[in-house]
Design a protein around this ligand. Structure first.
Ligand code: GLN
Length: 534
């Protein structure tokens, strides 16, 4: 079979859940036994989102090969249950960087270098390279932003050319749009959809499928109207109705036969899909018999997308524990008063401190760690969360007054968290942290070893600072156990204490490897320790 290329575009407004829709289509096609990969195009000029503030961009997702990526890659990995790589995320910055580098090397042989064909060729070559490298049947490429954005034009142009190059049978265009319900008129409005399709057609793309986001199901009449005005068959007007669990979206699409439509459009002949396990997960997710409330304490809590993978990992673990998850968001910037903090946290079943950068909110986090340790509340500290755990232990158990990370206080008497010598030499900020998969050796007879059930694991990293090896012995003598270390034993990966229901910190980010059908073990055991039986 020739490789098939599907392009997913978005119209009207952003944040329609294009990433989840793309991931859902990927899962559906995979359920037929096809080999599928997903790719995200981000039309911004940054080479990657690694240097962006979470408020700009939401979470930075990290792949196993250490690429700092768009958070949609997280959806892709969770739905496909595959590990993706840096080639699965393209940005305008990367495309121009590589075209300009080629030009400087003289590779364009005296030609004027232009958007068409040089930039568009570079875009197409990245899409095809991904297909070739992974020997896939189908590549689904999601183009970020909305149709009509200046930044997105070269990518849409490249997508248009792909049909010319690869043929009608090997390409497909799916457009995600909004069909708002206007209360005053008591009807759905299809005009924004008509406009965004017109915009697409102006650049030469006639969508084959429209996926319409709506609050409730569209009627047949509305479907017919959209079909007529947008020149798409009625069966290709798919309703992406709001659901309580995002993992239900593939099933919502399947019910409307979107998978059959794609397969017949692309001339793919396959048997029946296997969606049984996925369906069971969704059923379990919708009818839990217990409940659990987790306080997530960070400084980017106003933008929930900053903690996307954490939220999803907690959710996977809650479903596996048959519990309904409630997240209580705590802004650590406003958590300096210990009494207020105790009152707020008393109702939580477990406390989680996620990763972060910079000193805002750190003292609040350290107080939260102390509260969790002393009150024996299940606690999980991730990356900066682990570093706060070490600082708190040094200050309050080991008597190291003013202990800190040199990220926040470079003249501290006890730099318990510090840069490694090799990090001190680095000048550029982009892509230079300890990134991606690193091995972690688990110590026998520790909680971490029990949780993972094996001696060696790989987890993903994104940080510059580490536990300072000079203080390991003092911390250890006072009861802090380093239960996971790098195989050369120099880098501390996991810390825990005895005599507490669950008090674990990880230097890595376990949230990047959690999947609906296979929750990350650290999250699973954290939720098990927190769960309320009702
Ligand atoms: N700021 C800390 C570091 O760079 C922690 C990073 C994180 O939590 N991802 O080491």
């Amino acid at each position: 079979m020739e490789t098939k290329y599907i392009f997913v575009t978005g119209g009207v407004v952003s944040s329609l859940g294009k990433g989840v829709a793309t991931a859902s289509i990927g899962l559906l096609l995979k359920s037929y036994g096809l080999k599928v990969t997903l790719q995200k195009i981000d039309p911004y000029i940054n080479v990657d989102p690694g240097t962006m503030n979470p408020y700009q961009h939401g979470e930075v997702y990290v792949t196993k090969d250490g690429a700092e990526c768009d958070l949609d890659l997280g959806h892709y990995e969770r739905f496909l249950n595959n590990s993706l790589t840096r080639d699965n995320n393209i940005t305008t910055g990367q495309i121009y960087y590589s075209v300009i580098t080629k030009e400087r090397r003289g590779e364009y042989l005296g030609k004027t270098v232009q958007v068409v064909p040089h930039i568009t060729d570079e875009i197409k070559s990245r899409v095809m390279k991904l297909a070739k490298a992974n020997h896939v049947d189908v590549v689904i490429t999601e183009i970020g932003g909305t149709v009509g954005d200046i930044e997105g034009q070269p990518f849409l142009e490249a997508a248009r050319q792909m049909r010319l190059d690869q043929g009608r049978n090997n390409t497909m265009y799916i457009h995600l749009t909004l069909v708002p319900y206007i209360k005053a008129a008591r009807e759905f409005k299809t005009k924004p959809t008509q406009h965004s399709v017109r915009e697409l057609r102006a650049i030469g793309i006639q969508p084959d499928v429209l996926v319409c986001r709506s609050d409730s199901w569209l009627t047949d009449d509305e479907r017919k109207k959209i079909s007529l005005f947008c020149n798409v068959p009625t069966e290709a007007v798919i309703d992406a109705v709001d659901v309580e669990c995002i993992y239900e979206i593939p099933l919502v699409f399947h019910k409307q036969r979107l998978d059959n439509l794609i397969l017949s459009n692309l001339g793919i002949d396959v048997g029946e899909p296997d969606l049984e396990e996925w369906g069971l997960f969704v059923d379990r997710a919708k009818s839990p018999s217990k409940s659990v409330e987790i306080a997530v304490c960070g400084k980017y809590v106003e933008l929930r997308d900053s903690y996307k993978s954490i939220m999803e990992s907690l959710y996977h673990a809650a479903v596996a524990n048959d519990a309904k998850l409630k997240i209580k968001w705590i802004d650590t910037d406003r958590m300096e008063d210990e009494i207020q903090l105790g009152n707020t946290l008393a109702y939580a079943d477990g406390i989680l401190i996620p990763g972060g950068f910079g000193m805002r909110g750190v003292e609040g986090k350290i107080k939260i760690v102390k509260y969790a340790r002393e009150n024996k509340k299940p606690f999980l500290g991730i990356c900066l969360g682990l570093q706060c755990m070490i600082i708190e232990y040094a200050r309050n158990v080991c008597g190291m007054k003013g202990a800190n990370s040199t990220e926040f206080d470079d003249s501290t008497a006890y730099p318990v968290i510090d840069l490694l010598p090799e990090q001190k030499k680095i000048k550029n900020l982009g892509g230079t942290m300890r990134l991606g998969d690193w091995p972690c050796q688990l110590e026998p007879k520790t909680l971490a070893r029990k949780i993972y059930g094996k001696d060696l694991v790989q987890e993903r990293h994104r940080h510059r600072y580490e536990v300072n090896p000079r203080y390991i012995k003092s911390l250890n003598d006072k009861g802090l156990v380093f239960s996971g270390r790098s195989p050369n034993r120099k880098l501390m990966e996991i810390a825990e204490i005895n005599g507490h229901p669950f008090y674990v910190g990880t230097q890595f980010h376990p949230e990047f490897t959690s999947r609906p059908l296979a929750p990350n073990p650290i999250f699973y055991h954290f939720i098990s320790a927190s769960v309320k039986k009702i």
